[in-house]
Design a protein around this ligand. Structure first.
Ligand code: ZN
Length: 424
C-alpha cells in the first residue's frame, strides 16, 4: 500500500481543473486556464489525489490532523507543483542511437535521401529483430526513468522498429515488462505500419495484410496494445492502406491514432469514422479539415522536437489550429532518428519559441490534453480529487520558467500513482 503523501507550501499549484463545465479537451481560450492555487498543497491517499487547496486549508483537515504521523510530508516551499506530464507519443523500443544519420543530415542529406541510403527507420530494424527481449526491456526502463526525472508520469510507447510479427510482439512484450517495473503509467501502441520493410518493397499490400490479419489480432487478443498507429505519409503508407489498418484495429476493439502530415498533406475527413484519438505531427494540413477537427475530440498532437532535430525552418501552424478551436497536445516523439529527446519541457520551449504557443498553453497541451489524446482524461492530466496521484514538482518560482530555461532540467520530484521519486 502506497503511504499517504502530502505536498505543502508550493508557490503555485497548477491544478488544470476545468474552468467551465464543458467536458472535453481544452480548446481556444480554455487552453490557457491553469487553475492556479498560490501557497498550495496536495494530499494523496492510496495512489489517488484526495484534496488540493491552500496549505492553510490542507493543514486544517480533520483526517490529516489525526493521521499526520502516517503521512509522507514534503515541503515544496517556493516551488511549482503541476500534473505529471503525459507524453502521448514516444518510440522507446530501439537499441542504438542513429549517429550516422545525424552526421549525414548535418552534411545536408534529406529525410528521404537518408532513408533511400539505408538509414532512417529501416536501419533500426536489424538490431531490434535480433535483440533479446530483456535487452529491449532494459532500454525502455532506462528511458522511462529518465522521462520521470523530467516530470513525465504517463507515457504512450509504440512498437515499430521490428516490423515482423515476432519482433513487433516482442517489442510490445518489452513495453509491458518495462511498464510493470516502473511506477508510472504506460499506454502501449502497435505501430506495425511504421514503414514498409525492405522485404516487401513494391508489394506493400502484402505487408498491410500481415499487419491486419496477424499483428493486430494477436496484439489485441493478448492485450499487448491499446492503440494501433500508422505512419501515413509519402514513403510510408497511403491513406487507403491506413484506413484498411484502422478498419482492422477497430474490428479487434483497439483504438486508433496516426502519424499525419509530417512530410505531406493527407485529407483527414475519411478517417473520422474510426474516431481517432489523435493525429500527430500535423505540419501539413488541408484547410477544409480544420472545422471538422474543431468539432471532434480528435487531438492534434505537435512534436516540435522532430522539427528541431531535423533542422527544419517550419513548424506546424499551432496558432491557426488553437484559434480555430482544435484541441492540441504536445509530445516528445522520443525516437532515435528524428527526435532523441525525452524532455517535455524542451518540447514546450520549442512550442513557445517556434509555434507561438503561450507558456500556459504548452502546460495544458502537455498535461490535460495529452491525457485526452490517450483517452485517459478521467484519470490523468489534472490535479483534482479522485484522479491518479501523478505530480511533478519543479524548482522554479513561476510555471513560465519551465519552458523558459530550455535545455536544463528543474524537476526535483515526481509522484507516480502516489509513489515518489526524487531525481535530484
Ligand atoms: Zn513518431
Amino acid at each position: 500500500m502506497t503511504p499517504p503523501l502530502l505536498l505543502v507550501n508550493a508557490r503555485q499549484v497548477l491544478t488544470l481543473a476545468a474552468a467551465s463545465a464543458k467536458n472535453g479537451p481544452r480548446r481556444g481560450p480554455d487552453l490557457r486556464e491553469l487553475g492556479i492555487i498560490e501557497n498550495g498543497a496536495v494530499l494523496c491517499i492510496g495512489g489517488k489525489i484526495v484534496s488540493v487547496g491552500t496549505t492553510k486549508d490542507a493543514l486544517r483537515d480533520p483526517w490529516l490532523k489525526k493521521n499526520r504521523k502516517k503521512v509522507t510530508e514534503i515541503d515544496c516551499g517556493g516551488k511549482v507543483i503541476l500534473p505529471g506530464f503525459v507524453d502521448s507519443h514516444t518510440h522507446p523500443v530501439f537499441v542504438s542511437p542513429r549517429l550516422v544519420d545525424f552526421e549525414k543530415r548535418i552534411e545536408g542529406a534529406s529525410y528521404e535521401q537518408i532513408a533511400a541510403a539505408g538509414g532512417g527507420i529501416r536501419s533500426s530494424l536489424e538490431a531490434v529483430r535480433s535483440a533479446a527481449k530483456a535487452t529491449l526491456t532494459d532500454k525502455i526502463i532506462a528511458a522511462f526513468r529518465d522521462m520521470a526525472a523530467h516530470g513525465t508520469t504517463t507515457v504512450e510507447a509504440k512498437s515499430g522498429y521490428g516490423l515482423t510479427l515476432e519482433s513487433e510482439l516482442k517489442s510490445l512484450e518489452a513495453i509491458r515488462d518495462a511498464g510493470s517495473r516502473w511506477p508510472g503509467t504506460v499506454i502501449p501502441t502497435l505501430l506495425g505500419a511504421h514503414v514498409v520493410p525492405k522485404e516487401f518493397q513494391g508489394c506493400s499490400q502484402k505487408y498491410v495484410e500481415i499487419v491486419c490479419t496477424e499483428m493486430i489480432p494477436q496484439a489485441a487478443r493478448r492485450k499487448l496494445a491499446q492503440f494501433v498507429d500508422v505512419f501515413c505519409d509519402k514513403g510510408a503508407f497511403t491513406a487507403e492502406e491506413a484506413q484498411q489498418i484502422f478498419e482492422a484495429a477497430r474490428a479487434h476493439g483497439l483504438n486508433v491514432r496516426a502519424h499525419m502530415g509530417q512530410l505531406s498533406e493527407t485529407l483527414l475527413a475519411p478517417f473520422q469514422r474510426f474516431d481517432p484519438a489523435s493525429f500527430d505531427h500535423m505540419d501539413h494540413l488541408n484547410e477544409s479539415d480544420i472545422p471538422m477537427l474543431a468539432k471532434s475530440d480528435t487531438v492534434a498532437t505537435f512534436v516540435p522536437g522532430a522539427n528541431y532535430f531535423l533542422g527544419m525552418k517550419t513548424y506546424p501552424d499551432a496558432r491557426r489550429l488553437i484559434d480555430s478551436g482544435v484541441a492540441v497536445a504536445l509530445a516528445t516523439d522520443y525516437n532515435p532518428g528524428t527526435s532523441p529527446t525525452l524532455s517535455m519541457p524542451m518540447a514546450m520551449s520549442l512550442a513557445c519559441t517556434h509555434m507561438k504557443m503561450s507558456p500556459a498553453e504548452t502546460i495544458a497541451a502537455a498535461t490535460i490534453n495529452g491525457a485526452w489524446a490517450l483517452r485517459l482524461a478521467d484519470r490523468k492530466g489534472s490535479i483534482e480529487a479522485g484522479k491518479d496521484a501523478d505530480l511533478a514538482v519543479f524548482d522554479t518560482e513561476d510555471y513560465r520558467e519551465i519552458p523558459y530555461w530550455f535545455g536544463a532540467n528543474h524537476c526535483t520530484l515526481t509522484a507516480m500513482n502516489g509513489i515518489v521519486e526524487m531525481p535530484r
